[in-house]
Design a protein around this ligand. Sequence first.
Ligand code: BES
Ligand code: ZN
Length: 462
Amino acid sequence: MVLRKPGLKVAASLLAISMAFGSVGFANETTNNGKSGYSQDQKVIARVDAERAIEHVRYLSEEIGPRPGGLQAEKESAEYIANVLKGYGYKVEYQYFPVADQYIADVAFNDGTSWQMGAAPNGKISKDAVSGEVIFVDGGTTLDDFPADAEGKIVVMPRASTTASYRTQVNNAVEAGAEAVILQSLTGSRGNYGSTFNPSLATPVEVPVYGAAFIQGEWLKERLAKGSFEISLTAERFSNLESVNVIATKPPKGKNKEAKEVILGAHHDSVVGAPGGNDNASGVGLMLELARVYKGYNTDKELKFIAFGSEERGLLGARYYVDQLTQAQRDNIEAVFVPDMVATSYEPAKNLYAMTPNGSTNIVTDSTMEAGARLGNSDILPGTFGSSDHVPFHNAGIPAALFIWMGVDSWDPLVYHIEKVYHTPQDTIEDNISTERMQSALDIIGSGLFDVVRKNVPPLNK
Ligand code: BES
Ligand code: ZN
C-alpha cells in the first residue's frame, strides 16, 4: 500500500494533488536553497520506523491503559513522554492547567481484572465496594421487565435512547430492589459502538449507577452465558484536577532569536474506559518517533513537540496552550501539525487526510501534499474537519491541520468512515493498529514537516 520511492503511485498522487491545487512540485524538484526536496525526504524516510512508534503505542495503551484527562494515568503518560523526549536530548517542560471533576467507576472481577466505566454523579459514589450477582434485563422501562429475584442483584440493561427513558429504567431497577445499575451504551455519535458515559439522573439515587461501553455490556452477557458470577463496584469523584501538556523544544541552529517556530502536537489523553491505541497513542507514537529522527539534524526554525492533555474533554490542553501565548508569540508560529488517529487498521479508512476546520489549505496541508507527491505516496488527501487540537490554533489565526485516516465517500465532509472501535475499550493495538498506515503517516508527515522546519526559506512552490 505504501511506496517508499517514486514509482507506480506517482501518477495517481499527482492527479489527486492537481485536482486540489492546480499545480504541484515534482519528485526531485530543486528547492530555493539548491537541495533536492526528495533527497531531504530520504533523510527522514530512511530512518523513521513504524515499529518504534508502535512500541510507544504499546506502552501508552497497554502498560498504562485508559488515560482520562486530569487523572493519575494521564500524569503517567506525560511522564513517559517526557522521559522519552529527555532521553533524545530535548529540553522538556510540563504545563499544568485545571480541569473539571471526573466521576469514574471501577468494576472488579474475582480473577483480579477490572474495567473503567463512567459513574452517575447523582448515584452512589463510594470507595466502599458494592458487590452482587449480575443479571441482564432486556428492557426496563416497565417494572414487569424485571425478574422476581432482582432484589440485591447488579442489573445490567441496554440503555434506552433518551435520557428521560433511561432514567425510568434506573428508577424501575431500584424499585425492583437492584443493588446497582449498569446501563450499556449502544451507539456512539460517529457510527462507532457506544462508549462509557456518566448517566445523568434527575434526582439522587441510593445505589451506584454506571455507564458501560457497548462492548462491556456484551462481555458481561458472554460471561453470564457461562454461568452466574459476582462483580464488585466502587466509584470515585476526582476533584481539584490538573491536566498536563508536555512541551519539548528543539532550538534553531545557532540559537537564532528571530527564528520562526513550528509545532508537532498530539493529544495523549483518552476517553474513560478506552486504552486509546489509535486515539491517540498513535499520534504520540508518531511524534516521539519523529523527535528521535529529527534530533540528528539541524533545523533553521525552532521545533516544538507537544503532547496535549484533556483533548477529549474539549480540546482543553491545546486551548490552554494557545490562550497563554502573547500575540507576538502566536504570530511567530508558522505551522502546527496535529496527528490524531494516524494508524487505524480499519479497512474503509483508506486515506490520510490533512484537515483544516474550514477546508482552507495552508503550509501544513500543502507541505504534506507535496511530500506525498515527491515520495509517490498517494495516501494523503486534503479535507475539512474540526474536533481536534488544530482548532484552537486555527481560531487564533495560526496555520494548523489535523492528520487522520478516514474513508470519505463524497465531498460532503459529513460523510466519512472511521473505525467502529473509536472511543471504546476495543481501541487496542490488536484490533485497531496498522504498521503500514503508521509507516505511511510517518513518511508523509515526517517529510512535510522536515521541509517546513529545516530551512528558513519558503517551502516548495510558495
Ligand atoms: N480523534 C478525535 C477526533 C476525530 C474523530 C476527528 C473522528 C475526526 C473524526 C478526537 O480525539 C475527539 O474525539 N475529539 C472530540 C473533541 C470534543 C471533545 C471537543 C470529539 O470530536 O468528540
Ligand atoms: Zn483523538
